[in-house]
Design a protein around this ligand. Structure first.
Ligand SMILES: Nc1ncnc2c1ncn2[C@@H]1O[C@H](COP(=O)(O)OP(=O)(O)OP(=O)(O)O)[C@@H](O)[C@H]1O
Ligand SMILES: [Mg+2]
Length: 346
């Protein structure tokens, strides 16, 4: 079954068009966009629309494995190539022959491995570890990343020549907040899906007011976050009254996931948002949009400061953990006024 790409925005319509145009070309393609935006879904659609369906679809998560493992995983090895290599193993490149090789999180691949990948893409063949033989590359290579590779290239974290090799076709998926017209359609799609999935369970259907609220929210986790909020809303039933908390709860997730609590641990939401708690807030300052931005900045600042602290202000490491480009990190450090500790008090 082909997973459906739901949406009516210009961006989504263009992507659907591109998928039709590209599907049978086998041209190297890169799909990029923020986390949860639908990159894998687009890659699956490219595969399903091509004549390669029926052939393997092989995914490699370039961020999940250490360098040496990733290399043997991609290219395979001969028996005895290294201690523990008891028998020959076909790599993902070979397994994907005739089908699609999906290189997910390509922006996280190390520079030495990028060089090897480039070599394979240029030469059209490769040798498994410990082998003298070459294997012909017969897979359609599609990559995805949530990095801004242009910035990674400027910082020397991503090879320019590899980028040009991979990106004959570029598909950029806009964040959900830039295409709010898609949100009601996505809600409708997923409400139907969950109704069928949780058949027999009493479920709440979001009211028009809720749908409107969800349409103006800025969805940092994109469609994946929307799915989670909808599920909670429908299953918990009383969710509509708590919608704001639910969305704010989502905003605060990084803190819940382990950020150390700071001095404002018991601060009220008003404190967190920077309002003077000793005086009633000026009503004209309570635009929900501005508040959301403030809350988001606040959370971002804490998370970035935390990661920087944990990495000893190693910005390169921090960008990898935060999955943002170096340039974005520098911008945020400046914009959010994140300062390195003057003395090591902790
Ligand atoms: N346009 C869309 N229509 C319907 N469902 C979508 C759409 N975009 C994304 N989804 C769904 O949202 C979820 C997240 O999408 P996906 O895994 O493709 O995102 P991703 O960009 O690969 O995320 P990550 O960067 O975290 O890997 C999936 O269940 C996917 O099917
Ligand atoms: Mg993905």
């Amino acid at each position: 079954m082909k997973p459906t790409i739901v949406g009516v925005s210009k961006n989504i319509n263009r992507i659907k068009e591109l998928i039709d145009q590209v599907a049978d070309t086998g041209l190297n393609t890169i799909v990029y966009g923020e986390t949860g935006v639908g990159k894998e879904l687009v890659v699956q659609n490219l595969y399903q629309k091509s004549t390669r369906t029926g052939k393997p679809f092989v995914k490699v998560n370039c961020a999940a494995l250490p360098d040496t493992l990733l290399e043997s995983e991609m290219f395979g090895y001969e028996q005895g190539a290294f201690t523990g290599a008891e028998r020959r193993k076909r790599g993902k490149f070979e397994q994907a022959s005739g089908g699609v090789l999906f290189l997910d999180e390509i922006g996280d691949m190390s520079l030495p491995l990028q060089a090897k990948l480039l070599h394979v893409l240029q030469g059209g063949d490769f040798s498994p570890l410990g082998s003298e033989n070459t294997v012909k590359m017969g897979a359609w290579v599609i990559a995805a990343t949530n990095h801004e590779l242009e910035n990674d290239m400027a910082n020397g974290d991503f090879r320019e020549d590899l980028y040009y090799r991979l990106s004959t076709i570029k598909i950029h998926i806009e964040p959900l907040r830039n295409r709010p017209e898609d949100i009601p359609h996505l809600i409708d799609h997923y409400v139907k899906m969950y109704t069928a999935q949780f058949d027999g369970k009493e479920l709440l259907t979001p009211s028009p007011e809720t749908i409107e609220k969800l349409t103006t929210y800025h969805w940092p986790g994109n469609i994946r976050e929307l799915q989670n909020v909808l599920k909670r809303l429908m299953i918990l039933g009383n969710g509509e009254d708590n919608l704001d908390d639910m969305l704010m709860g989502n905003l605060n997730q990084p803190r819940a996931a382990g950020t150390p609590k700071s001095a404002n641990q018991s601060a009220t939401p008003m404190d967190i948002l920077g309002f003077d708690s000793s005086a009633p807030p000026d009503l004209s300052s309570l635009s929900l949009k501005k508040i959301k931005k403030k809350a988001m900045d606040r959370v971002e600042k804490e998370v970035i400061a935390y990661v920087l602290e944990k990495t000893g202000w190693n910005r390169s490491k921090a960008t990898k953990i935060l999955k943002i480009s170096y340039k974005t990190l520098l911008y945020k450090i400046k914009d959010l006024e994140i300062k390195p500790p003057e003395s090591s008090e902790e």
